[in-house]
Design a protein around this ligand. Structure first.
Ligand code: A3P
Ligand code: MG
Ligand code: MG
Length: 379
């Protein structure tokens, strides 16, 4: 079921803005614990963008060759068509986990398991929610549905935003490619052995096709909220054993030349950290590059050490501010959405489903930089 009725009509029910905590003062409340994520299942998207429950898209980490050229293969980039990232793939994975529970623990076990889950969402969305107190530029819009006792959250992209993402300026498009090209230089289909393919430099992992992704679905707990999160994992070191402890996140960044660059890098590390931490990815390999896309050095960071690395620095951030905000946000959202009475008539736009079964309503959440989260019911 699509969560995203377009065009948006003005909302009727608007809740008070939930303001962000002050990021300049230390958190006053007790630390909010974040449980170590446990892997539930993995899946792959094929070059045809078909989701399959296999590890066909799994890749292994290899060191990139010295001075790797991130422009290599740009003309052959198969770029996935920009579309709204619905929850469909993740919901299929959740269904699969539930049927496995039914099969092994008895009928109804899957449903019972899901009842305990507060939130089902993609990792990218959870990253945006948790880092929102620090976001200075980008406004983010989400759709949320409350079904059973679970919140389902997906991103809302306006037509204009979607068009913008699919139609990048040439320079922007080239820079975006650098990130994917780095993934190709750093990965191989065999553990520890750089790729060798006729007509390509040694170490080139294959032409970039952004349709192909390897995804992992995990469960974790933030404070009292159990979460199911799905997201892409760039590669693993040496082997994949069903756990997250061999996962590696790959990132590129401009080489650091002065104190200003360093502070910008520290700030940026919040997103690297949160993105990796949420899926239990323990290692982040950063490729530092020149403006024209040559890798100068690579550096491996341990995800859990990043908060200490930035502490007291100009670009510092504190993950506890994010977790405590996240806990407050999710708890408030759940109580707001569950307290709102069910609609008396079937929502507009209902077509195929039976009329006695009202569709769950869709709420719009706006994460406004510097302000807070605004929640309203879509008409
Ligand atoms: P970099 O992060 O090295 O710039 P991810 O790092 O999440 O695995 O994503 C791989 C690459 O996709 C990124 O590489 C970047 O090129 C591109 N990308 C991901 N998210 C993006 C965003 N919000 N805007 C622009 N490019 C993005
Ligand atoms: Mg990735
Ligand atoms: Mg990456």
């Amino acid at each position: 079921q699509a969560l995203d009725p377009e065009p948006i009509s003005p909302s009727r029910t608007t809740c008070p803005t939930l303001s962000y905590p002050n990021t300049r003062s230390s958190p006053t409340s007790q630390p909010v614990p974040f449980q170590q994520p446990t892997g539930l299942l993995t899946f792959s998207y094929t070059p045809q963008r078909v989701l399959e429950f296999t590890d066909s898209a799994l890749r292994y980490y290899v060191d990139p060759p010295p001075g790797a050229d991130l422009r290599y293969g740009y003309d052959r980039w198969i770029k996935r068509t920009e579309e709204r990232t619905r929850l469909d793939g993740l919901l299929r994975a959740v269904e699969r986990v539930m049927s496995k529970a039914d099969a092994s623990l008895g009928p109804g076990s899957g449903g019972k398991w899901l009842k305990d889950i507060s939130v089902v969402t993609w990792r990218g969305i959870m990253t945006k929610i948790l880092t929102a107190p620090y976001e200075e530029r980008d406004r983010c819009e989400l759709n949320a549905m409350y079904v059973g006792d679970t919140l389902y959250i997906e991103e809302h992209l306006s037509d204009a935003r979607l068009h913008e993402k699919g139609d990048l300026a040439p320079k922007q498009r080239q820079m975006t490619y650098y990130g994917y090209s780095f993934e190709s230089w750093c990965t191989s289909s065999k553990p520890g052995v750089p790729e060798r393919a006729d007509g390509h430099p040694i170490g080139w992992g294959g032409d970039v096709d952004t349709n192909v992704q390897w995804c992992n679905v995990i469960k974790t707990k933030l404070g009292d909220n159990r979460l199911i999160i799905g997201g892409e994992v760039d590669c693993v070191r040496d082997k994949f054993n069903g756990r997250t402890d061999t996962f590696v996140e790959l990132k590129t960044s401009m080489s650091i030349r002065n104190a200003g660059d360093e502070a910008r890098f520290e700030t940026k590390m919040l997103k690297f950290y949160m993105q990796s931490f949420l899926l239990g990815v323990p290692e982040i390999v950063v490729g530092f590059r020149t403006p024209t896309g040559r890798i100068t050095t690579t550096q491996s960071f341990k995800t859990v050490q990043l908060p200490r690395l930035v502490r007291g620095k100009p670009g510092a951030w504190d993950p506890q501010i994010c977790f405590s905000w996240g806990q407050q946000f999710l708890t408030t959202l759940k109580s707001t959405l569950s307290a709102s009475p069910e609609p008396t008539e079937a929502p507009r736009g209902e077509s195929s489903s039976s009329s006695s079964e009202p569709l769950a309503r869709v709420w719009r959440i706006v994460l406004a930089p510097g302000e807070g989260a605004k929640v309203s019911l879509l008409d």
